[in-house]
Structures are given as C-alpha cells and as structure tokens.
Design a protein around this ligand. Sequence first.
Ligand SMILES: [Zn+2]
Length: 271
Amino acid sequence: MNLYHRTRLKLYFWIAKKLAAGNPADLPVSFKNKRNLFLYFDYEREFGGHDVGITDKDIYRLLDELDKLQIKTSWFTVGKIFEHYPESIREIVKRGHELASHSYAHKSPYDLSCKDLERDFMNFHLYADPLVRVKGYHSPNSKWSLSLGRELTRHGYLYDVTGRYNKTLVTRIHCGKHKSFLRLTTLGDDWDLFKEKADEYTTLKHYKKLFEKLQPGQLAGLGAHPWVLLSNPGILKGYILFLNYLKEQQDLTLDTALNFVKKIKERDETL
Ligand SMILES: [Zn+2]
C-alpha cells in the first residue's frame, strides 16, 4: 500500500468513526471475572484469492478435532462456498457450529461502492438463506465502511467483527432510530504463521500471545483459516495444542460469537 492509500484509509476511518460513533455495550454479569472468547474461522477456500487445494474432507478433519475437544466455533463463510460446496456447510451446521457471513465474493466493504456492497449482500443471501439464516458478519481484512451498517441492519444481522474499533472491544453501533448492532473485536489470526511457515511451537506461542491480550470481563475473538491450518502440519498441530491449552483455562468461557451476542441481547431485554 503506498503513502496515498495509507493516508486516504486513515482519513476515511477517522471521519467514519466520528460519524458511526458507538457506545460501549454493557456485558452481562456472567461475563465478569471470566475471559470470554469465540474461536472463528474465515472459510473462503479458493475464493479468498489464494491458491489452496483443500477439500470437504479436510474441513471434516478439522471438525473432528473440534468435536474431540467439544469446542463450538463460528464459521464466517464466503457466499460462493454456499453456492459451490453446500455439503460442507450442512456438515458444519450438523456438528453444532455457527454459520455466519464473510461476504459473497470476499471483497472488503471499504473497497466497494454502496451499490456493489448492496449487491454483495443480495448475492450472499440468495445462496445462504436456503441453508441457514446467518446473524453475524466478518468482512474480508476485518475492514468496515459507513454503508456496511445499513446493509447489516437491513438484513437483520446482530453483530459484525472488525479489527480493534475502540478500547472496550464490544461496541453498540446505532443505525437510525431503533436499529443497532454489536461490533465485536478480533484479537488476530493465523496469517503471520502462514507467511512464516511456522512450526507447532511457534504456532502455539503466537496464539497464546494473542489470547493473553484478553482480560477478565472482556469478550473478543481469535481467528484462523482452514486452508492456513492445513497448509502445513506444524500449524495444525500447534493450533490443536492451543485448543488443548484453552480447555485447561479455568476462567475462560468459550462459545460461539452468536451465543455471546444472544446473552448480551437477553440482558438488554430484561432491563
Ligand atoms: Zn477472508
């Protein structure tokens, strides 16, 4: 990215943050004293712009590992996968994980015009709705745009996930009078591991370091890409070691993003 694009990006988000100012969401009492984490996958296969050779069987292998540890996760899935690999979607749902959106064509909202973003959402729902009704959105590159809020509320989404939005990690963004959604934060993912061709110990260390950013009382996500995990046996092994490490943490609540969001919503409704 050159200096012009970097400056433009900075300026856009500086203005956009002022216009889409949210307020910290109050979290339920059950979140206090606990670290609240959702593990998610950006499920894009070859539609993310990388030359990956994973199959449905690879996805099932990953699901088997999650089953062994009884961990439920959130799968932010590109719409083209609903279109081309629906069997894998059915299997993810059958195993009790959350299905959510990672856009239709893996284009970041920031790079799309309002019309193109609207079309991307329409295409996503055309293929996804017959299989599952999603409530969450994670944009490619964790980027957002001002027009994203309108599309999310229009299609009944409850939350999206971005890079760090503000200090609180969970922000309520208001779109018009009675419409709002929650903006959750990701602590990071496995992208650096792919570039480094990391071994299992580097992978474990990388994820532990990201996880340590999460403080008691907070909620955030940690991401991975199935194709990155499966790109090298060391990364997959290290990721599984990390999952085992998470299972040992006494002060950790591990759940899908949607289940956390539902608890926040329930708390709001009882007030
Ligand atoms: Zn992606």
